[in-house]
Design a protein around this ligand. Structure first.
Ligand SMILES: NC(=O)c1ccc[n+]([C@@H]2O[C@H](COP(=O)([O-])OP(=O)(O)OC[C@H]3O[C@@H](n4cnc5c(N)ncnc54)[C@H](OP(=O)(O)O)[C@@H]3O)[C@@H](O)[C@H]2O)c1
Length: 264
């Protein structure tokens, strides 16, 4: 009988973008706990170093990569440097801050360009840089942290809705082009207890003349689980998609939203 595929990431190297906070931070911890060597990418050196020490203290393997995903000139060279220093990167988690809120009609072309660059173009450059190593190893996992807005656009997040759709189409297109053994999938977080959500709640409360607690209650009313997700729950889905157990899952968008999406 064929053995049940493992969830272990032993012998794998992962690059987690946006690893200093929130979902990215929890993802780095989850991948390290599953056995991967985790390269922690973001701009905040101190937060990344603290996380590296935390992972090492619990027996995991981690290194810091201070980089700005907006610096596209430097991104491909940085990625090649990582492969030279650490060997092939088998798992790439594309994740960074969501674009600022606001109606789409009020968005400047620049706001759309910046968001497209930080999300789609950065991810594209990183996939191109890591694909040869993934292909040679016969093992690659690309996981994009996007949003449920891929399925149902969210009011007042016009730029985000637009860019998330582009990212999902980019990923689906790539899922048809990547070689066997190299998969790409999206995770769609719902309301997740991170700095980003707290800041969105405060801004919405100020705009609507209400309190952050009222905004919070309105959010939970939409979620059958009646609570926010913890970033570790989103990370667990990403760890699964990174593993050998998910080898036949390709080109999907997995909501981790407590059942908030109404669409099938
Ligand atoms: N939280 C939610 O409820 C929720 C819901 C749906 C979708 N999402 C999406 O999921 C993603 C992660 O959300 P989160 O709540 O974990 O966000 P977060 O707490 O704001 O964390 C964002 C991470 O991205 C890094 N980052 C931002 N800009 C960067 C840049 N230019 N270069 C490199 N790193 C950068 C930040 O680190 P530095 O500042 O140190 O660079 C940080 O580590 C976002 O795209 C968000 O929109 C979140």
């Amino acid at each position: 009988m064929t053995a049940i595929p493992t969830l272990s990431l032993d012998r794998r190297t992962a690059l987690v973008c946006g690893a200093s906070k929130g979902i990215g931070r929890a993802t780095a911890q989850a991948l390290a706990a599953a056995g991967a060597k985790v390269l922690l990418l973001a701009r905040s050196t101190d937060l990344l170093e603290a996380l590296r020490e935390e992972i090492r203290a619990s027996g995991g393997r981690a290194d810091v990569v201070v980089a700005d995903l907006d610096d596209r000139e430097g991104l491909a060279g940085m990625a090649r440097g990582l492969v030279a220093a650490h060997g092939p990167v088998h798992i790439l988690v594309n994740n960074s801050a969501g674009p600022p809120g606001g109606p789409l009609l009020a968005a400047t072309p620049d706001a759309l360009l910046v968001a497209f660059g930080r999300h789609v173009l950065a991810a594209h450059l990183l996939v191109q840089a890591f694909l040869p190593g993934m292909t040679e190893a016969g093992y690659g996992r690309v996981i994009n942290v996007i949003s449920t807005s891929v399925r149902e656009p969210i009011p007042n997040l016009g730029v985000s809705n637009t860019i998330r759709g582009a990212m999902a189409s980019w990923a689906k297109s790539l899922s048809r082009e990547l070689p066997p053994g190299v998969t790409i999938n999206n995770v769609l977080p719902g309301f997740t207890d991170t700095e980003r959500l707290a800041s969105l709640g405060e801004k919405r409360a100020a705009r609507e003349g209400t309190s952050p607690e009222d905004v919070h209650r309105a959010w939970l009313a939409q979620v059958p689980e009646r609570r926010l997700a913890q970033p570790q729950e989103t990370a667990a889905a990403i760890a699964f998609l990174s593993s050998p157990a998910a080898a036949y899952i390709r080109g999907v968008s997995l909501p981790v939203d407590g059942g908030r999406l109404r669409s099938i």
